[in-house]
Design a protein around this ligand. Sequence first.
Ligand code: HEM
Length: 114
Amino acid sequence: MELLTHVFVVLHLLGLAAIVGSAVFVARGVPTPALVWGARAQILTGLLLVGLNEAGDDPVNHTKVAVKLLVALGVAACAEIAAGRERRGEGNPNLVHAAGGLAVLNTLVAVLWT
Ligand code: HEM
């Protein structure tokens, strides 16, 4: 169980790297597959981590998790809408910047909310 949790923490961190790497450092303003799939992965791996921690002995801060889920839904919404608009030739860099910024915000929530 502990190994599984560690595997999902690694996937969770790779999802973070995909979003912030793409939106903030590499393809600024352009919605890449890494951004969209990273945003989806954060919700999936985050919820699985909550389940694994609940199933084990690790306490879960439900308020913190609720805040992270809301912010992550915002990241995913921005990424999906930006990708949809890009496909229709109506690219909107602001949505990509918002997705990257919200992911950084969620990183701060994850690390600083103790
Ligand atoms: C853009 C979205 C997200 C980002 C950037 C993010 C970032 C992070 C980071 C950096 C950590 C490691 C913190 C540490 O170990 O000190 C973490 C851990 C965690 N995150 Fe997220 N997260 C996101 C979304 C979510 C969501 C949606 C959930 C659940 C609904 C979630 C649940 C968790 C849990 C339970 C842990 C603790 C894992 C453990 O140590 O067992 N995260 N997150």
